[in-house]
Design a protein around this ligand. Structure first.
Ligand code: COA
Length: 375
C-alpha cells in the first residue's frame, strides 16, 4: 500500500464580485417591476406580490458579504437575473475546463510537478456543463496529463468524495499522481429571482494534487484517512436532468422553479448539522484521534452559524479564532469548492504533526471528511 499525500492546491477566483448591496438593489428593482407588471393579479389575490430583500437579513442569516461570479452584468440586470456567458464552439475549451486549467496549474506549480506526470484527473463538481465527453477528459488534454479522467457529482461533497476516490487509487497503486478539480459555476443553477436563496452562491474553482508520499518532492499533508456517508433527502434538489423534455412533454421549462437549485433551508440546517458533527466525531474516534487534539477544521462554506454549531459540537467548546476558518464572507457558498478554498488559504501556519479535518456536506444528503497531518 502507498501513502497518499497532498502536495499542492490551487484556487481560481473569478474577476467580478457582487456585494450584498449590489445584489439587493438588483433584486428589489426586479421585484418592483414584477409587482407593477402583475398589479391586477396581485390585487385580485391570484398571485403573491414579491417581497423585498435586505442586506441586513443576508448577513445575519448567512455571514455572506459578497460573492465572485463569472458574469456580473446579467445577474444584476433586473430584466435578466442570471449570468450571461459566451457560448463556446466545440473546438474551444469549455468554460469549466478553462477555470479548471487555472486552478490545476497553480496546484502543480506549488507541488513542483509537471502535468505530464499526472495520471488521473477527477472533475468533481455539483454540475457539469454537458453530459459528455467528460469535462475531466477535456481538462486532462488541456493540461497535457496522461492516464485517465472522469467526472463525478456528489453536489457539495464532490471534492471530499473525489479526494477519497483518488487517495484510494493511490493507496492501491492504480495511479501515482492525481488531481481532483472542482469548477463550480453556482451562479448558473441559482434562481436569482428567489429572495429566500438569491444570496447564497458564488463561483470558483479549486484543485488538489495528491501523490504517493515516496515520490513527492514537496509533501504538505499526509492523508491519514477519509470517510464518506450519504442519506437520501429531497431538501436540497434540482430536477434539471437530461430527461426533462421527455418527462414534461415539451412544456416551457424556462420558468419552472424546480429546474434550478431548491432547498428547505431551515430543515437542511436542522438535519445536516447533527449528521456532520456525528460523522466527524465517529471518524476521529475510528482513527484514535481525540477531538481536542485537532488543530484545524476546514468546513463546507454554506452558512456561518452552521459552521459555528459544528465546530462547537466537535471540539466541545467554542473554536478559537483561526481554528475553524471561514471564507464564505468573501466567496459565499461555492458548493464543493468551499472547504478546499478554506484549506488552501489557511494552512501554511500549521506545524509538523498538526492534525486537521477537511469536511464538506450538502445535497444527497452527503458528508465527506478527510483527516490530514502536516508533514
Ligand atoms: N431578505 C429579507 N428577508 C428574507 C430573505 C431576504 N433575502 N429571505 C428570506 N427572508 C425572510 C423569510 O421570508 C422569513 O420570513 P417569515 O419569518 O416572515 O416567514 C424569514 O426571513 C426567515 O427565513 P428563513 O428561510 O427561515 O431564514 P433562515 O434564518 O433559515 O436563513 C438560510 C436562510 C438559507 C440562510 C439558512 O436556512 C441556511 O443557511 N440553511 C442551510 C443552507 C445550506 O447549507 N444549504 C446547503 C446548500 S448546498
Amino acid at each position: 500500500m502507498h501513502q497518499p499525500v497532498i502536495t499542492g492546491t490551487g484556487v481560481f477566483t473569478p474577476e467580478e464580485t457582487i456585494t450584498n448591496a449590489e445584489l439587493v438593489k438588483a433584486f428589489n428593482a426586479y421585484a418592483e417591476s414584477y409587482n407593477a407588471e402583475h398589479a391586477e393579479a396581485i390585487a385580485a389575490g391570484e398571485i403573491e406580490a414579491k417581497a423585498s430583500s435586505s442586506e441586513e437579513f443576508i448577513f445575519k442569516a448567512s455571514g455572506i458579504e459578497q460573492r465572485y461570479v463569472m458574469n456580473k452584468s446579467g445577474v444584476l440586470d433586473p430584466a435578466i437575473m442570471h449570468p450571461v456567458l459566451r457560448e463556446r464552439s466545440d473546438d474551444e475549451p469549455g468554460i469549466m475546463a478553462e477555470m479548471a486549467l487555472d486552478a490545476c496549474t497553480k496546484a502543480l506549480a506549488q507541488a513542483g510537478v509537471d502535468a505530464s506526470e499526472v495520471d488521473l484527473v477527477i472533475c468533481a463538481a455539483s454540475n457539469h456543463e454537458r453530459a459528455y465527453p467528460a469535462i475531466a477528459v477535456e481538462i486532462q488534454q488541456l493540461l497535457g496529463a496522461g492516464g485517465f479522467a472522469f467526472d463525478m457529482n456528489v453536489a457539495c461533497s464532490s471534492a471530499t468524495f473525489g479526494i477519497q476516490a483518488a487517495s484510494d487509487m493511490i493507496r492501491a497503486g492504480s495511479v501515482r499522481k492525481a488531481i481532483v478539480v472542482n469548477p463550480e459555476i453556482c451562479s448558473g443553477h441559482l434562481e436569482w429571482r428567489d429572495r429566500d436563496c438569491h444570496f447564497i452562491f458564488g463561483d470558483v474553482c479549486t484543485a488538489t494534487l495528491i501523490e504517493r508520499e515516496d515520490e513527492a518532492q514537496n509533501p504538505l499533508f499526509k492523508i491519514r484517512s477519509t470517510s464518506c456517508a450519504t442519506e437520501f433527502s429531497n431538501n436540497i434538489r434540482n430536477n434539471n436532468g437530461f430527461l426533462r423534455r421527455a418527462l414534461t412533454s415539451g412544456q416551457n421549462l424556462e420558468d419552472r422553479r424546480d429546474m434550478q437549485f431548491m432547498q428547505e433551508g431551515r430543515r437542511v440546517f436542522k438535519e445536516v448539522v447533527p449528521m456532520v458533527s456525528a460523522h466527524i466525531l465517529a471518524h476521529l474516534e475510528a482513527e484514535d484521534i481525540a477531538p481536542e487534539s485537532l488543530k484545524r477544521m476546514w468546513l463546507h462554506q454554506a452558512n456561518k452559524t452552521m459552521n459555528d454549531f459544528v465546530g462547537r459540537k466537535v471540539l466541545g467548546r467554542v473554536p478559537e479564532s483561526g481554528e475553524q476558518p471561514n471564507i464564505l464572507q468573501d466567496y459565499a457558498n461555492t458548493s464543493s469548492a468551499g472547504s478546499i478554498i478554506a484549506f488552501s488559504k489557511h494552512q501554511s501556519d500549521l506545524a509538523k504533526g498538526d492534525i486537521g479535518v477537511i469536511c464538506s456536506f450538502g445535497a444527497g444528503y452527503s458528508v465527506g471528511s478527510v483527516i490530514v497531518e502536516r508533514l
